[in-house]
Structures are given as C-alpha cells and as structure tokens.
Design a protein around this ligand. Structure first.
Ligand SMILES: [Zn+2]
Length: 681
C-alpha cells in the first residue's frame, strides 16, 4: 500500500463544521511540482525531504480535525469536498433521480440528520444489547455471535471471520477465522510494560467505564465491568501474533477442516456459528492463528457467563458508538482521536458521512465520481506509464548480477502474470439488494454491513473474481494484492498534484511513477516474493538466491532501524521492511521508465531545476507532511510505513543517480559509500 491514509480516516468521529468548509463544484488544481512547497535554503544533499517540502510544511499546519496532514490527506479532503457536492445534489428529491443517485443521496440525507440521530440515543442498539442480556449459557454464544457478526461485521467481536483466497490454491475462495476482539489499536498495548503503554491502558479502562456509564451502569458497576473487559482482552492480546509475525504468510495460514477446528476448540460450536453468519466452511477453512483460537476457547471455559456478557456488551458499544447520539460519539472521539492521536477537534459531520458512503456504497459513489473527473485520456496516459514501469522491472530482473538464471525465469514469469487495474472497476457493483432509507441512518448502516457480509459469504466455493477492487475510486491510495497478483490504482490517486497531465514528465514519473513502481515491487518484497504469479504461497526461489535476497533486505532493515520516529522510538524496520523495499525498488523503476520515456527528447531546466532534479523533487513532494507527536507514537506501533522524511531521504541515499543529479559530494548526509548502498531490484 502506498499510504496509510484511508485506513486511519475511518477511525475518526466528528460533529462541528468549520466556516471554511464548503462543497467543491470543481477539484482544485495544484501542479505536480510545486516550487512554493520547496525550501531552497536547505542543501538537498543533506536533506532532500526538507528541500522539497519545507515550504509546504510551513504553509500547511495540521487542521484541527486531523491527526496529521500531508499531500495525500489534503488531496483526500479535496476529494471529500467534491464528493460532498455530488451528494448534496443527489440528496435533493427530484423526479428524474437515477437509482444510484437516489441511493447515495438518501444515505447522505439520513446521515446528516443529527437531530433525529441524537433523539434516538442508545435506542438503535437496544435489540443487540437485549440479545446479549438474554443469553442463558455459553452454548448459546455461537448463535448470538453469528448474528452480531452478520449485522455488525466490522466489530470483530471476540474474533474475526471472512472469506479469502486459499493461500495454497489461490483459484479457490475459502472461509477464514482470524484473531480479533481487541479495543486498543494493537496487541502490544496490552502486553508492554513501559510507562506510556501502562498509561494508555489506564486511560482505556477509564474510557470503557465512561461508555458503560453512558449505557446506564452506575459508576461502581461500570468500573468493575471495565476491569473485566481489560482482563479478557489482555488474555486475547497475549495469544495474538504481533504485526511483524503477521507479515509471515505461513504464520497466518493453517488449512483445517471444520471437524478438526471443532476438536481443537470444543467450547465453541462452529457449525452453529458458520450457519448463522452465512459462511460455508467446506471442505476446509483457514484457522489463521490457532494459538489465538485456543486461548479464546480457554476464555470461554474459564470466564463466568456474566463476565462474557460484559465483554460482548462492550464490544457492541465500542463498535457502534460512532453511529449513536452525541454523548457516545463525543466519548469515542475523546479516547480514540483526542487522546490516542492528539486530534483537538472532531471532524465535521459531512466528512464522516462522505467516508461512510464511500465505505458502504463506494462503487455507486465512485461511478458518479469517475464520470465527472477521470477522462479516458488520463486512463490511457497512466496505463502507458504502468506498462513502462512493468517493462523497467523486466529489464532490472534480466540485469541482476546476484540472481541465478533459474530464479530469474520464475521472477519474469510472475511479472508477466501481474495484472494492472487503473481508475475503476470494469463492472460496477450492484447494490439493488441493499435497501437505503432517507430517514433511517442506523438502519442504513446495519443493512450495509449485512449486505457486505452476505457478499463476502457468497464468494466461498465460487471462482475468484479477479476484477474485484479492494479500494474505491475516490480513495487516494494504491495497493498490490499478492493473492491476485495485481496492482491497483484508484482514479483519485491519479490526479494533480500526484499525476498532472499538464506537467513535464519528470515530476510525474518521480511521483506517480514511483507509486506504480512501489506497488509492483510489493510483489517482490520480503513478503510478496513468497507468492507465485498465480497468487499461491509457493517457494519459487533457489536457496542461494533467497539467501542473497535476504542479505540485501537486511541492508534496508539495518538502515531504517537507525531512524528515530519520535522521542527515543526508532522505526521498527522488521515491520516496515516491505514498504521500505517497495519505496526503494519503486523509485529505481520509475527512474528507468522516465529515462526510456525521454530518451529522444531534449530536456531543459525549469524553475531553476534540471530535469533529473525535477524527477527527485517531484518524488519527494508526494509525501510532504506534518505530524502530531501522539500520532507518530501510534504510527510507530501500527503503521508499516516509515515516517515521510525517511520514505524520501532513506530512498535517495541508496540511489547514486540522486547524488549525481544534485552534484552531491562525498561526506554529505545523503551520500553513502558505494559499498554501503542497499539495492535489491
Ligand atoms: Zn506499500
């Protein structure tokens, strides 16, 4: 993934609108190389990031409703404002509204009606809370959990389930059961003993207490119940894999039959659960983390029914708080955004509604968006660039001096099979079965989740849909999917300032070319290289070549492990290595593609920068950013991407082409000795 923006956005909740907020009738234009974003007083040979982004950092303070601010986030906000305009239009009841416009417009109208939402208070949740209360024994839990998962899928209550491609046979869709059940953003928060982790646990316990009070408990009962929640979640956390362990695909794949799973976890009737939730676990499923399920089984046997109910009640309150009345929304914000990320203000309601519509009706909204903003000419241009990057990788593989011909053949075969998807899906998702009401916000949320889980469940046993997208067209991000072996670039990530049809080639190749190269390289990073061209977990490497790859990957890990995120926290480069390898490989590919693109052109300096300098400044400006300290601390634990400064400086320090472009002398901070340069692809 290129950025963690979209993953973070969904967490926020907000109520107040600032005066500057308005829907956009047109998308604003920023050039792909923005000279005003630069700070030319800084020597690029010491710090390219600040040279390219220092001006941007000064002129773009973090808005009060954001945990950090960056070129991607700013563009994302502009997209939201543009989409806001589409939704306001669509919400007007007109006789000739299309079914698509009616659906997104009605969702928006219901979502914006805060008065109606506040008036309902906790009422929308009462049926679920009542179901939990009437649980008579632990044997009834699988059915209840199935019902709760089916209607509130995203909550991951106790554990997660879903459908996935089978890692050993990627042509098949199977069911999967995964770790889950935690309220804090990572298992580390429950197990680490440093002062900050302890403080976070105390603050979390206070937050759980307050939420129980809002749901009607007395203070002393609420405080006791919060301790129960912490005890159960801590047990689950201790049995969960770390984020680094989860990067090993073999550690999260355990093909098993339903009978075998039942034998290993006798306290939980899986047949009832799967039947209720609608998943078919035949002939086998993936028990991603057996140790986690074993611990869950132990918890179910050891905890009293009353305490299990307390845990379930918390899980439902926690997952649904953003959709309830103001007191719940405020308390949820106070902990997850204000305390955990340092965000001073809640986001305006419209932003939240735009984000939820993008999540729940993303391809209906995306269709409207693409028709207005993404002309075929841009699709053609970016597709051509993507092909050049794929060609560049072919050249690189053929030229590698450390890989044997046998492994090269396999790598080229995988590259050959890699598909690219640009802009939007060929076939839009059909939402006809999803009922959206103009006056029932909470019902819309629940029915959307139900629609999504049914869609996931229906995949099991069916052929893999290789045309499906994992991101919506309005998303400012991109991804590589190892199981499908494809690279995906939503329309919104192919717009200025990231890709600028009006610009010279250099900044476009540095920026969007680098992004395309980044996603492609994920297919060949330390995680992605373990999959073959068909998406199967399959070791196609000669031992000697695999060792050589590892040695080179370790060079990257050692380099990034020296960078400080904040305070005394260094980058966890075991977690970030896939992204760091993709950043490095991506820019090398973009450079080769740019050379190829311009080989017969006579290029001239522009804005006081040579063409090669424009390539590197364009690259650096993809990630100009400002960050809050709280958000950096959280990112150090959960975010696989290194901080922006190192995603720029950490890459170019390994490219002699950069030192040459800026005529950097030996001894400068971004000039390595040749023998210290890390290079994989
Ligand atoms: Zn990535």
């Amino acid at each position: 993934m290129r950025s963690s923006v979209s993953a973070f956005v969904a967490v926020f909740t907000c109520l107040t609108a600032s005066a500057a907020d308005r829907p956009f009738a047109e998308l604003p234009y920023t050039p792909s190389l923005d000279v005003q974003a630069m700070d030319r007083s800084v020597d690029p040979c010491d710090d390219l990031y600040t040279f390219a982004c220092g001006g941007w950092q000064k002129r773009n303070p973090i808005p009060a409703d954001q945990s950090s601010w960056s070129v991607y986030r700013k563009l994302n906000t502009e997209m939201q404002q543009y989409v806001w305009g589409i939704l306001e239009e669509a919400a007007k009841p007109a006789a000739n509204r299309s079914a698509t416009r009616q659906r997104i417009g009605d969702y928006f109208a219901a979502c914006m009606d805060e008065k109606a939402i506040d008036a309902r208070g906790l009422a929308p949740l009462q049926p679920a809370l009542q179901q939990i209360e009437s649980l008579r024994n632990v044997n009834e839990l699988p059915k209840l959990l199935g019902q709760l998962h089916a209607s509130m899928f995203t909550s991951g209550l106790l554990f997660n389930s879903g459908s996935q491609q089978d890692a050993e046979d990627a042509s098949k869709m199977i069911s999967g059961v995964y770790a889950g059940g935690l309220g804090l953003p990572d298992r580390d928060y429950y197990v680490k003993d440093d002062d900050r982790s302890k403080e976070t646990r105390t603050r979390y316990e206070q937050h759980v207490t307050k939420m129980f009070e809002l749901a009607g408990d007395t203070s002393s009962i609420a405080a006791g119940r919060a301790k129960t929640v912490l005890r159960i979640e801590t047990a689950l956390a201790k049995a969960s894999l770390t984020r680094v362990e989860q990067r090993d695909p073999y550690k999260i794949y355990h093909r098993t039959t339903l009978a075998q799973l039942q034998k290993e976890t006798p306290e939980f009737d899986w047949n009832t659960y799967f039947t209720t939730v609608g998943f078919n676990p035949q002939p086998w499923l993936n028990n991603a983390e057996p140790k986690f399920l074993a611990e869950m089984n132990r918890v179910l046997g050891a905890e009293s029914l009353a305490d299990l109910k307390t845990y379930l009640r918390w899980g439902v309150l926690d997952a649904q708080a953003p959709y309830l009345s103001k007191p719940f929304v405020d308390q949820n914000f106070a902990f997850y955004s204000a305390y955990m990320r340092g965000v001073p203000e809640q986001r305006p309601r419209w932003k939240k509604c735009v984000a939820w519509i993008d999540r729940d009706l993303g391809e209906a909204l995306g269709k409207e968006f693409v028709e207005k903003t993404f002309p075929p000419s841009v699709k053609e241009k970016t597709l051509a660039m993507t092909r050049q990057i794929q060609d560049a990788m072919k050249v690189r593989i053929e030229q590698l001096d450390w890989m044997s011909p046998d492994t090269k053949r396999q790598a080229l075969a995988k590259l050959q099979k890699m598909r690219n998807k640009i802009g939007y899906p060929d076939q839009w998702r059909d939402y006809a079965a999803l009922r959206i009401e103009p006056k029932d916000f909470y019902g819309n949320v629940l029915r959307s989740m139900d629609f999504e889980i049914k869609r996931q469940a229906a995949k099991v046993g069916q052929p893999v849909d290789r045309n499906e997208w994992g991101m919506t067209p309005v998303t400012v991000n991109a991804y590589y999917d190892a199981a499908k072996n494809d690279i995906n670039f939503p329309a919104a990530v192919l717009m200025p300032p990231l890709f600028d049809p009006k610009s010279d080639d250099a900044p476009n190749y540095g920026n969007t070319g680098g992004t395309i190269g980044h996603e492609l390289t994920h297919g060949f990073d330390d995680e992605g290289r373990q999959y073959d061209g068909d998406g199967n977990l399959n070791d196609w490497w000669q031992k000697k070549d695999a060792d050589e790859f590892e040695r080179r990957a370790q060079c990257v890990r050692n380099q990034y492990a020296q960078y400080t995120v904040i305070d005394d926290i260094k980058i966890n480069s075991e977690l970030s290595s896939g992204e760091d390898i993709a950043d490095l490989g991506g820019l090398i590919l973009a450079w080769i593609a740019w050379q190829e693109q311009t080989k017969n052109q006579r290029l001239r300096p522009l804005d006081g920068l040579t063409p090669a300098q424009r390539f590197f400044v364009g690259f650096a400006q993809w990630d100009c950013a400002n960050e809050r300290p709280e958000d950096l601390r959280l990112s150090a634990i959960v975010n696989p991407h290194s901080p922006p400064k190192y995603r720029i400086n950490g890459v170019v320090v390994n490219m002699p082409e950069f030192a040459q472009a800026f005529e950097c002398k030996a001894g400068k901070k971004l000039v390595k000795k040749p023998e210290e340069v890390c290079r994989i692809w």
